[in-house]
Design a protein around this ligand. Structure first.
Ligand code: SAM
Length: 211
């Protein structure tokens, strides 16, 4: 999530924004949905999507109107399957319309848990709902949702200023959890002055691998 991410697209050269992303942003504006993915995060998603092998499955939690999905799919093989879930019915419908001509992209209307049940995935983009523990709530088991050597992203962190990471003067427990997880190799990518994305790779028994 990016506070006001939708409005950031107004300042971009449209030639640099994939057509489905433009359509998703237009749909967001029509629905007064302000939380489209930050374009700089979108470009990271674009790179990650482009690197996914044919036959793989990419999942996204929190479709919004489909901006992130537009970035993810823009350079991906048509043989990669994309599935995203959105709890808001109007947003899910709008996103479905954006990808109506893309048979390898599907948008479900429902709760994140319904998509987790279909895992594990090759790449999982957490961009809404629950599952990371970032804002509390239940946390998923990495092995249930990401295949071994598959990867995941969690966006919308402030750039890290100290270790261990803090938020509002307290340990940022959600972030710390993934950065120290024994089955995850994780790092963070600062994509904009105010925006950092955590990128993780599911490496079972990472500690033993490094020993
Ligand atoms: C930050 S926005 C997503 C932005 C979108 N990924 C994009 O690229 O523009 C978060 C979205 O998560 C959705 N959401 C919230 N709780 C959810 C849940 N439990 N399951 C699925 N989606 C959820 C919200 O309705 C909202 O549209």
């Amino acid at each position: 999530m990016s506070a006001g991410g939708t409005q950031l697209y107004a300042n971009l050269d449209p030639a640099t924004v994939p057509a489905p992303v433009q359509a998703a942003v237009a749909a967001a504006e029509a629905l007064s949905f302000e939380l489209c993915v930050h374009p700089a995060t979108g470009r990271l998603l674009q790179s990650l999507g482009a690197g996914v092998a044919p036959g793989a499955t990419v999942a996204e939690i929190g479709t919004g109107t489909g901006a992130g999905l537009g970035w993810l799919t823009s350079f991906a093989s048509p043989e990669v399957s994309f599935v995203s879930i959105e709890i808001d019915e109007n947003r899910a419908r709008a996103a479905r319309a954006v990808f109506a001509d893309r048979p390898n992209v599907s948008v479900a209307h429902g709760d994140a848990g319904e998509l987790y049940e279909r895992g594990p995935f090759d790449l999982l983009v957490f961009d809404g709902g629950w599952g990371t523990g970032k804002t509390g709530g239940q946390r998923v088991e990495i092995a249930d949702v990401v295949k071994p050597y598959g990867s995941f992203t969690i966006d919308d962190f402030s750039p890290m200023r100290q270790w261990p990471p803090e938020f509002d003067g307290q340990l940022d427990a959600g972030r710390h959890f993934w950065l120290t997880h024994p089955d995850v190799l994780a790092t963070e990518v600062q994509v904009a002055p105010d925006m950092t994305v955590l990128v993780g790779l599911h490496v079972p028994d990472r500690g033993q691998t490094l020993a």
